[in-house]
Design a binder for this molecule. Structure first.
Ligand code: ADP
Ligand code: MG
Length: 263
């Protein structure tokens, strides 16, 4: 077989196997191998390396799209000095993602603006970066989606969907009261993940007032039981970070200092 037809064959093999990045890099890598006098295995290693990197990138992008994070926040951007109620060491420990291994849940409890969503998204981001399937939803969206699913006869599929991700973020539990159907959905999601895979939940409600958002206090108690059995709980009381920025600006104004436009 001539060198040219071997080359054509090789290209079509790569295309058939859907190794597009390797196919594209082939001519350049062949040239390089000839010039640098690479052996067969060194050449093949370089070519496959290109394909592996491209696959990895595609996988990351897919995880990223799937996760539907509403903001690009990272744990590194969190200002721990501004929020002394939060145990920085504990957050750093969580950032190692060891908590995913034994399906530990994480609860961020506190009033609006203290950084609950930011921390939850920071953990989600770490989980995506580590290659875990991660999904973000608010409690209201979860309820709406389950409601639609029930109407359209897709309840079981939807429940399987929420059981799937290695890490599930449920943001803003308790902002809106949950109708009994929504509470049942949340309860089932928590129950089917119990001891299998982690949930990071944020809520403005202290644990003692959970009964209030559920019609049925027994459901609330049973759900809390499963959530808390293996969990890390952050009670964040401090000031709202947003309010802090406003206040700093107001203080400066009062003192006659020109407000800093960046805050
Ligand atoms: P919550 O979910 O508790 O209502 P968020 O996480 O949405 O609060 O935070 C409100 C805003 O303040 C966001 O823009 C967030 O990035 C910012 N923020 C809150 N706490 C901090 C912090 N400690 N360091 C940096 N930014 C913060
Ligand atoms: Mg929030």
């Amino acid at each position: 077989m001539s060198e040219n037809s071997t080359y054509q064959k090789l290209r079509s093999h790569l295309a058939y196997l859907r190794l597009a990045a390797a196919a594209e890099a082939l001519p350049g890598e062949l040239d390089h191998a000839a010039k640098a006098k690479l052996g067969h295995s060194a050449f093949l290693e370089r070519l496959l390396d290109i394909e592996v990197a491209a696959t990895e990138l595609r996988r990351k992008a897919g995880l990223e799209r799937f996760a539907s994070l509403p903001a690009p926040w990272r744990l590194d951007d969190f200002d721990f000095d501004a929020q002394p109620a939060i145990d920085r060491k504990l957050v750093n420990e969580l950032a190692t993602l060891r908590f995913l291994e034994d399906a530990t849940n994480v609860l961020f409890i506190g009033p609006p603006g203290v950084g609950k969503t930011m921390l939850a998204i920071g953990l989600a981001r770490a989980s995506i970066d580590a290659g875990y399937r991660t999904y973000y939803t608010t409690a209201a969206d979860l309820a709406a989606r389950c409601h639609r699913a029930a109407i359209e006869g897709r309840w079981a599929t939807t429940m399987r969907f929420f059981a799937g991700p290695r890490l599930l973020i449920i943001d803003e539990v308790g902002y809106l009261p949950l109708a009994s159907e929504a509470a049942a959905a949340l309860f089932q999601v928590v129950t089917q993940r119990y001891l299998k895979s982690s949930i990071v939940m944020t809520t403005n409600l202290g644990i003692s007032s959970w009964a209030k958002i559920f019609d049925d206090p027994t459901v609330a108690a049973a759900m809390l039981d499963r959530l808390l059995h293996r969990s890390v709980v952050f009670n964040i009381d401090g000031d709202s970070y947003r309010m802090r920025a406003h206040r700093a600006r107001a203080d400066k104004l009062r003192k006659g200092v020109k407000p800093d436009r960046t805050t």
